[in-house]
Design a protein around this ligand. Structure first.
Ligand code: SF4
Length: 299
């Protein structure tokens, strides 16, 4: 298989076939992000020969085409959905040629990857199997989006996700706890809940900000331009987000950045999740949570 650098995928894509069609990120400018710093370039599309080779290798490796593992492909790289409509269709055609049991294709996507595609193209991509995108919106707080260089606004998130809703393409969000900075977590959480309440994310996955010295954000902190939230403040922020969500969705805090991992379906499990967070806020010390944060050497 042609895998380049660290391969990242959401926890819920554990059973999906991982196909490298891109490596790195076209944006590569978010101040907190170090995910693709191990690559010697910012972004690259894989040659189609490599993609075909990998699909042939997968075909050979999959003994039983009816198994769960052969139903879904997750395209790797930070934002494969940036590829043009024609390239995405060409990739989907090859996936269906070599792995006919695959019925859905997912990937990470940036909001700016959706913008240039027409409504007709999005609908046809859905017909070719594209579904279940994971979008790291991070927040609905425009001040934080601007400071962190995310490259889009909260209005863009709503507009582009409404277009995905119309095309029938489901999507999940990553929310970055603490992106709004010290003293603004609850403001960011309320703005994000308000944004999510206008669209239909299948799942909202919370990741807690963990700052590494090779990030631009670390340099901003050294310059005195930004302050991180305390660890307990991060849990209060998640609590505010869950409390203010009014849509049916799944809320999950599952990655390594979360000292306490939890998962629930809203609105059914809202009370249970809030009680769980109250227990943490009331009984776990800032020092203990800080020790955990320092132990996360790599996400
Ligand atoms: S957070 Fe996502 S979009 Fe931003 S630089 Fe990292 S990989 Fe790229």
């Amino acid at each position: 298989m042609h895998y380049t650098g660290t391969i990242w995928r959401p926890p819920y894509e554990a059973a999906s076939l991982l196909l490298e069609v891109t490596a790195g990120c076209t944006h590569h400018k978010c101040k907190f992000c170090t995910l693709y710093n191990d690559l010697p370039f910012n972004f690259r599309m894989s040659p189609m020969e490599n993609i075909e080779d990998d699909l042939q290798e997968m075909k050979r490796a999959i003994k039983n085409q009816d198994s769960e593992a052969a139903n879904r492909v997750f395209l790797t790289g930070a934002n494969p959905f940036v590829l043009s409509y024609d390239k995405l269709i060409a990739i989907a055609e090859r996936i269906h040629k070599y792995l006919p049991s695959v019925n859905s294709i997912g990937s990470f996507a940036r909001i700016t990857d959706i913008m240039p595609k027409t409504d007709g193209e999005l609908a046809r991509l859905r017909a070719f199997g594209y579904d279940g995108l994971t979008i790291g919106i991070e927040t609905g707080d425009d001040k934080a989006l601007r400071f962190m260089n995310k490259g889009y606004t909260s209005a863009d998130i709503i507009e582009q996700c409404q277009r995905l809703d119309t095309a029938g393409i489901h999507y999940s969000f990553f929310y970055l706890v603490s992106i709004s900075g010290a003293g603004r977590g609850e403001i960011g959480a309320k703005l994000t809940a308000n944004l999510c309440n206008q669209i239909h994310p299948t799942l909202i996955g919370a990741n807690m900000l963990t700052i590494y010295p090779d990030s631009e954000l670390y340099a901003e902190i050294q310059r005195g331009n930004w302050r991180e939230e305390g660890e307990l403040e991060k849990y209060k922020e998640i609590r505010t987000l869950i409390e203010n969500l009014q849509i049916p969705t799944v809320f999950a805090a599952m990655g390594a950045s979360n000292a306490y991992q939890f998962y629930g379906r809203l609105p059914k499990d809202k009370k249970k999740l809030l009680l769980f967070l109250d227990e943490i806020i009331g009984n776990v010390s800032e020092e203990e949570l800080r020790r955990y944060r320092k132990s996360v050497h790599h996400l």
